[in-house]
Ligand binder design. Structure first.
Ligand SMILES: *Cc1c(COP(=O)(O)O)cnc(C)c1O
Length: 409
């Protein structure tokens, strides 16, 4: 199946009654006719459902759909993107281990990783994640390399293939947050990522009506090596699926941050139009980026597919169709940035991305307000910087709203 077809039919067999959409199974528990049957489900020897915190038919359908879109072996849905990241990372590392991470990360992820020092995990943040910086930072204790395909809000483009190669050569698990690029624009597993994470709250859901996250397991032999001893029991039983097997049996169950069946249903509805939406997000974003570049009140525009971007070559390699719908621009001072927002009429001022609606935010005073100045510098979050999540409205209407607000400053 081509991608557009998988979005609608991937890994779904119609219910016996012919329902074309999976029902919302709002049931916490599932009755079984024999104790033997329930025993084998609890032992992980038979497929079946016991309790919705562990698995649920509606949620499983979303997991299977996203596995098919990412080319993964299995997926685990979570209550939010943040809980997905927390579970995926702590499924790998324990006290004494080290992580190497990019610094242009989503603010919440940066904080989550930095806080791991409290449980004895050291994280090295690299200003630029490239071959040299990565090779210089790897130690014997490095268990995980963590990065975003397109950094938010730095908009740096990860060379997935290069980092994938280095992680393969050095036997390190490579985990990628692909929320901004979505499975439509890139499949990181094809370039060597072992685990892919999405906040499904964003483009995958598309209309911002359900929070959620997902962890896609690409499968790996790394788990059978000496470095990953805590996976050996799982590898012996489940082979390449060791990551998911451990996740479902330990941290996933312990934390209980399961996705609600209703949110899985809404996300399955939204995902059907992912390709159509991403095409429009991308074509609108480049139009707006080019418009902003020409306006003299705009100091600097950041969009990876602009020729002026330092990530242009990488962006052409991975995102020739467009590097998603996020762009940032600078207006000179914080006052001007605030005045610009105040004068917008169509574009909404709120913290979110990946919605059909165009959204703006001043990162330094909001999503990055809890980061120290030094951290903001690393993330390239300046006082006059605005982040625009370009929606799928008519580009002309978005541009005319921007034009009016620029006139006011
Ligand atoms: C929003 C976001 C998250 C967190 O996801 P939630 O669903 O809000 O918990 C993680 N990574 C990226 C890149 C995001 O944009």
């Amino acid at each position: 199946m081509k991608f557009a077809t998988k979005l609608i039919h991937g890994n779904y067999n119609l219910e016996k009654n012919g329902a074309t959409n999976i029902p919302v199974y709002m049931s916490n528990a599932y009755a079984h006719t024999s104790p033997e049957e329930l025993e084998s489900i609890f032992q992980g020897e038979a497929l079946g459902y016991a309790y919705t915190r562990v698995s649920n038919p509606t949620v499983t359908t979303l997991e299977r759909r996203i596995s098919s879109l990412e080319g993964g072996l299995a997926s685990t849905a979570a209550a939010s993107g943040m809980s997905a990241i927390y579970m995926a990372v702590t499924n790998i590392v324990k006290s004494g281990d080290e992580i190497i991470a990019a610094s242009g990360l989503y603010g919440g992820t940066y904080t989550l990783l930095a806080n791991l020092k409290d449980i004895g995990v050291k994280v090295t943040f690299l200003d630029e994640l490239n071959e040299t910086s990565l090779l210089n930072s790897i130690t014997e204790k490095t268990k995980l390399v963590y990065a975003e395909t397109i950094g938010n809000p730095k908009l740096d483009i990860l060379d997935i293939e290069k980092v994938g190669e280095i992680c393969r050569d050095n036997n390190i698990i490579f985990m990628v947050d692909s929320t901004i690029s979505t499975p439509y624009l890139v499949n990181p597993i094809n370039y060597g990522a072992d685990v892919v994470i999405h906040s499904t709250s964003k483009y995958i859901n598309g209309t911002s009506n359900a929070i959620g996250g997902i962890i896609v397991d690409g499968g790996s032999d790394k788990y059978k090596t000496d470095k990953y001893k805590n996976f050996h029991d799982y590898f012996n039983k489940f082979g390449k699926l060791a990551f998911t097997a451990k996740l479902k049996a330990s941290i996933g169950r312990d934390i209980g941050a399961a996705m609600s069946p209703f949110n899985a249903f809404l996300t399955l509805t939204g995902i059907e139009t992912l390709e159509l939406r991403m095409k429009k997000h991308c074509s609108n974003a480049i139009k707006i980026a080019k418009y902003l570049e020409k306006n003299e009140k705009v100091v600097k525009v950041n969009y990876p597919n602009l020729k002026t971007s330092k990530y242009y070559d990488l962006s052409e390699k991975y995102y020739s169709e467009g590097a998603s719908g996020i762009l940032t621009f600078r207006l000179g001072t914080k006052e001007k940035a605030f005045k610009f927002i105040t004068n917008l009429k169509l574009i909404l001022n709120l913290t979110n991305i990946g919605d059909t609606k165009t959204i703006i935010i001043h990162p330094a005073s909001t999503i990055c307000a809890h980061n120290a100045n030094e951290e903001k510098e690393k993330m390239e979050v300046y006082d006059d910087l605005l982040r625009l999540s370009v929606g799928i409205e008519a580009a002309e209407d978005i541009i005319s709203d921007i034009e009016n607000a620029l006139k006011a400053i």
